[in-house]
Write a protein that binds this ligand. Structure first.
Ligand SMILES: [Fe+2]
Ligand SMILES: [Fe+2]
Length: 298
């Protein structure tokens, strides 16, 4: 089974990011993978997300999406005051946009393909605050600190119970609580797959990285510290696909192959889009039972 993956398309950031997407789609058509995965951070604007997902409508294979932090931002204080929040995007608008455009909202609907289970979550982090001195960081890592500041402003996980208590503006839930809630659901989804004798391995797609080994030196780990333990506790988890950090990775953490292949913030350069695509799209091959069947046999 060939799994193609990318993340962090950030089409709202630059014209180059926007224009790259049809090239990604073209190359994917040629590669013709068995599954295609986007591990979050397309744009805070739903219209942009619809554009991106629609670009891949020519693909025959199942297409899976997981939202990133920028996808769940509510970019207007006025909207936030009216009670619109990130839960609304995560559980309603984003799944809706996926289904309308031929993508499976993986965090809502785990999927099985040829004996391989796919599950996912945004995998929110369990700590707040940048926790690093930006002056001590290389320039190319500053976006990670900006991301934390922007999350504090635009990521809005509301505590509805506070409204019940008569407050006009719902309070935000602490990051650790949000992380716990999403981790619990992911753990249950993996557990359900592990009880199924027809599923031999599980691929976990998250936006935030599950392992500290995926961090950037000098920047605090931008994920949930409980997540690695959850993945390790299920033997059938063999692959982790994540995003958020804008550099390519492919390593093995215990028995899990951990990969990411983001687009990131594209700078203006002389390279053609066809060449840029090579850095933002990767394919891994899982050996599955179909590999052992003679060609043409169902
Ligand atoms: Fe990103
Ligand atoms: Fe992100």
């Amino acid at each position: 089974m060939r799994i193609a993956y990318t993340s962090d398309l950030h089409v709202d950031i630059s014209q180059r990011n926007w224009e790259l997407v049809p090239y990604l789609a073209k190359v994917l058509k040629i590669i013709d993978p068995d599954v295609f995965v986007i591990a979050g951070d397309v744009s805070p604007e739903l219209g942009d997300l619809e554009y991106v997902l629609d670009c891949f409508s020519g693909l025959q294979c199942p297409r899976l999406f997981i939202p990133g932090n920028q996808d769940i931002w509510v970019l207007s204080e006025e909207m936030q005051e009216k009670g619109h929040d990130s839960y609304e995007k995560y559980y309603f608008y984003l799944p809706d946009a996926c289904r309308r455009n031929g993508f499976t909202p993986l965090w809502m609907e785990p999927m099985v393909l040829g004996g391989v289970g796919f599950v996912g979550s945004i995998a929110w982090y369990d700590h707040a605050g940048p926790g690093a001195d930006s002056a001590a960081l290389p320039r190319e890592s500053h976006y990670l600190l900006d991301s934390v500041w922007n999350d504090m402003r635009w990521a809005c996980w509301s505590d509805i119970s506070m409204m019940m208590e008569g407050r006009l503006w719902p309070a935000r839930r602490p990051d650790a609580e949000v992380a716990r809630e999403f981790n619990l659901r992911l753990d249950q989804d993996i557990e359900a797959f592990c009880r199924d004798p027809l599923i031999s391995e599980v691929v976990v797609v998250t936006h935030y990285p599950p392992f500290e080994a995926l961090s950037v030196a000098g920047v605090p780990f931008p994920g949930s510290r409980d997540l690695a333990g959850i993945l390790f506790s299920h033997e059938r988890v063999t692959v982790s696909i994540s995003g958020h950090i804008h550099d390519k990775k492919d390593l093995v953490v215990r028995n899990v192959r951990a990969v990411r292949c983001p687009v990131g913030y594209l700078k203006w350069d002389q390279r053609k889009y066809q060449d840029v695509v090579k850095d933002c799209l990767e394919v891994i091959h899982l050996i599955d039972r179909e590999d052992f069947l003679p060609k043409g046999q169902p």
